[in-house]
Write a protein that binds this ligand. Structure first.
Ligand SMILES: [Zn+2]
Ligand SMILES: [Zn+2]
Length: 327
């Protein structure tokens, strides 16, 4: 099968011809029809996340059809439509797994990072961590739901119950979370790179009542803000716009250092939180919700072979919505 693989940190992915993996006990073999490209893939390729499997097939927003089921698989049959997310395996035994926080499992394995992912024609996945995908979406539109959508959802839940929500970095994750937030009756304030008129009008089209540069002051104080851009300096910037008691949620897996700021900007019970990974429960809740909204995902398709180009477009901020690789 064709697979785009990372052989060394910082190198472009190589187009390899490798054998189709086999589904072992509890696993599914999936024929991939779409795999979205996530910012985390950039961090993996650049070595900003420690010790990826090498060589590695990146990609953790996978939609496809079950081609083969291993022994002891009960929740899927051959031909089923399946979604494979970032969380690929957890131990089930640690304090985090046992308290509904498997996203924090210290032994967790991750699709497209510590196990092979979806920049390929086939992949295998642990059936317990795969999702049935709602019929409301075609394969390409569904793919970005599986990470940027899910992480956005977890970030939104972590933000509490904000009436006025700021979103910093208006890309793939933001375009999904904004639709959910609007559906829930929240008011959106979108912060983009200063001067990025195109991103600001994209945000307004998705229902933001205000859009401006990340260096601007919000017209009203915010109850919460989610930061998707991997820029630590946005944390003190967002604090300037945050009401007392408000929460800032950092939605990324990697961020540049946060510059120091006066304690009084945090005081009055403002909170800064991060979001890590997802739980299967998040996935089930989220997929049920997106079918009801229903979410529209904006996507830009790339043939599998052009994965490097898709990553570069994401890195430069040239995408509106999500890049999706199609084998
Ligand atoms: Zn665990
Ligand atoms: Zn991701």
């Amino acid at each position: 099968m064709r697979a785009m693989r990372l052989h060394a940190i910082g190198q472009p992915l190589a187009a390899d011809d490798i054998s189709v993996p086999q589904a072992r006990n509890g696993q599914l073999l999936v024929r991939i029809s779409a795999c979205a490209v996530c910012r985390t893939d950039l961090h993996v390729v650049a070595g900003e996340l420690a010790e990826p499997k090498l060589p590695l097939v990146p990609g953790h927003e996978i939609v496809g059809r079950v081609e083969q089921v291993g022994e002891r698989v009960e929740n899927f049959r051959v031909g089923d439509r399946v979604g494979i997310p970032w969380l690929g395996w957890t131990c089930g035994e640690c304090e985090f797994c046992k308290s509904g926080r498997e996203n924090l499992c210290e032994r967790a394995r991750f699709t497209g990072y510590t196990i092979d992912g979806g920049y390929a024609e086939f992949t295998v996945a642990d059936a317990r961590f795969a999702f049935q995908m709602p019929d409301t979406f075609d394969d390409v539109s569904a793919a970005p739901l599986l990470c940027v959508g899910l992480i956005g959802y977890r970030s939104l839940r972590k933000a509490g119950d904000p009436k006025r929500l700021g979103i910093y970095g208006f890309g793939a994750a933001a375009h999904i979370v904004a639709q959910i937030a609007r559906f829930e009756g929240r008011e959106i304030f979108a912060f983009t790179r200063p001067g990025d008129d195109e991103a600001q009008s994209f945000a307004r089209r998705l229902g933001a009542s205000w859009a401006g540069g990340s260096d601007e002051e919000a017209p009203e104080q915010l109850d919460a803000a989610i930061i998707f851009a991997p820029i630590g300096a946005l944390v003190p910037a967002a604090l300037q716009n945050l009401k007392r008691g408000g929460t800032i949620v950092c939605g990324g897996i990697h961020m540049s250092d946060i510059p120091s700021f006066p304690y009084r900007d945090l005081w009055q019970e403002r909170t800064i939180a991060s979001v890590a990974n997802l739980t299967r429960r998040d996935g089930e809740e989220f997929l049920e919700l997106v079918a009801r909204v229903p979410i529209k995902t904006e996507t830009q398709m790339f043939p599998l072979e052009r994965a490097n180009e898709a990553l570069e477009a994401l890195r430069c901020g040239r995408l509106r919505g999500a890049a999706v690789l199609v084998p």
